[in-house]
Design a protein around this ligand. Structure first.
Ligand SMILES: [Zn+2]
Length: 475
């Protein structure tokens, strides 16, 4: 029997509000342990939580970016469980009355067709403390760091619309892009500012039933999510083939062993309405103000880039994947360079160079002017594309504008026909057999001869001119 996978995911996103959710402590979990704490986020008896407006604004922006319906009234519940990372015995979360319902994200499926994946709801939640297990030394101990306690989170719960690891990975990529655009969160699985749990079940293909699911946690990159889901589909298929029933439980992804392993069940208590935090009432008027603050979102930007700059769809997607990159692209184009050349240079040269050398990506007008300068020199034929790459590399090392780098390091392209003709003469006399091949009809030899001439010119010749002169002299 053929099975199909039914996958839903739950994503915790840490909002980058300046303070924690219910107190004024800095929202910086990575600081020295237990430095950003107060009676409220230590959950001392009698401390009263005060819900912060910035958390609400950022949470709402995230909901609007996902096309969710923000609820006019939402409220916090106490999610009851006891664990050393939660000494007060409950976590403030929204269970009965979440902040927003519905919403969707569009991805491209494996066939390249657009596919809508629905969001079930979005709710707010405070994070718990962090346990640090010290295993070195005579007595292993577990320590509690409260810097993370009370950090503002939203949890995005999807409908079980995904059918493959591809769907889940694409969902996460688009989600990350959209949330980063709003500026409300960093969304890094690697850094822990985004955490993802996947629920996976199988059913006979064509059935609409929802079977017992297995939850998988502990995936620290989008690739891990894909690998864990693929593993779990295979494991559950094998179980069903052997007539072993699937039991509801939680598993952990082990990236080293490349498998999921069963995890001890955690006690899940009830969710009871919290009496200390007021209900959150949102008016249409305020919601409109929040919507007006949203930037142009990536899918709108892709459409505009295709229309306004004549980019191919894929180029427009690449130029819109990060808000900073898109703004940089428009700054470079605004300086008069051809949009497609600018897009190709940013994708093929600038971003890889930044990644390879670990340069900080700066979208400042100065750097945009410099890249535009390199592209303009290239378009005016003053440098060739090989030199342009060298000039780009030098831009990261010096403070000089591209024109000065070109002069200082002698990158200016030789387009002087007489000078090039001398080089061509030398190459023809030095490479008799390639010349012979060319004359005998092997047209590819011209590429070899141009390469030789480029070497003689130390990479500075205009390759188009070289080829023209060679053809002329060899006929
Ligand atoms: Zn605090």
């Amino acid at each position: 029997m053929a099975y199909e996978a039914v996958i839903g995911i739950e994503i915790h996103v840490q909002l980058n509000a300046a303070t924690k959710m219910f107190c004024d402590c800095p929202n910086r979990p990575g600081d020295d342990p237990n430095t950003n704490i107060c009676p409220i986020c230590l959950w001392l008896p009698g401390a009263v939580p005060r819900f912060g407006l910035e958390t609400l604004e950022k949470a709402i922006q995230a909901c609007l970016a996902l096309d969710c319906e923000v609820q006019p009234r939402s409220a916090f519940d106490q999610k009851v469980y006891y664990y050393p990372d939660l000494p007060k015995g409950f976590q403030l979360s929204q269970h009965h009355m979440p902040l927003a319902r519905g919403g969707w994200i569009e991805i491209m499926d494996e066939k390249g067709e657009p596919k809508k994946l629905r969001v079930h709801h979005v709710h707010m939640e405070e994070d718990v403390a962090k346990l640090v297990h010290e295993t070195e030394g005579r007595t292993p101990v577990s320590l509690v760091d409260f810097n993370r306690a009370g950090t503002p989170l939203i949890e995005i719960v999807t409908e079980p619309d995904m059918r493959s690891p591809h769907d889940a990975m694409e969902f996460l990529k688009v989600l990350r892009t959209q949330l980063r655009y709003t500026g409300c969160a960093e969304c890094s699985l690697e850094q822990g500012t985004m955490r993802c749990d996947a629920n996976i079940s199988l059913r006979p293909e064509g059935s609409s039933r929802l079977n017992t699911k297995v939850e998988v946690k502990n995936m620290n990159s989008i690739q891990h999510v894909g690998n864990a889901i693929a593993y779990e589909i295979k494991r559950q298929t094998e179980s069903l083939m052997k007539n072993d029933p699937i039991v509801l439980h939680t598993r952990l992804w082990d990236p080293e062993k490349h498998m999921t392993t069963a995890m001890r069940a955690k006690f899940a208590g009830p969710c009871i309405p919290d009496p200390t935090v007021s209900h959150i009432l949102i008016t249409d008027d305020w919601l409109r103000q929040m919507a007006a603050k949203l930037p142009e979102m990536p899918n709108q930007k892709v459409k505009r880039f295709v229309q306004q700059y004549d980019l191919m769809h894929d180029e427009a997607v690449q130029m819109s994947s990060e808000r900073e990159v898109s703004e940089y692209f428009e700054a470079v184009v605004g300086l008069g360079t051809s949009p497609r050349t600018a897009a190709n240079w940013i994708v093929a040269q600038l971003l890889p160079a930044i990644k390879e050398h670990g340069y900080a990506f700066s979208t400042s007008p100065v750097t945009a002017r410099r890249l535009a300068g390199v592209i303009t020199l290239l378009e005016k034929n003053e440098i060739n594309s090989g030199s342009a790459k060298s000039v780009l590399a030098k831009l990261f090392e010096t403070d000089q504008p591209p024109e000065e780098i070109v002069d200082r390091f002698g990158f200016r392209q030789v387009s002087d026909v007489q000078a090039l003709a001398l080089i061509v003469d030398q190459v023809i006399s030095d490479n008799a057999s390639a010349v012979e091949n060319y004359k005998n009809g092997n047209k590819k030899s011209i590429g070899f001869l141009v390469g030789q001439a480029m070497n003689v010119s130390k990479g500075k010749a205009n390759p188009k001119f070289l080829q023209e002169i060679l053809r002329e002299k060899l006929t």
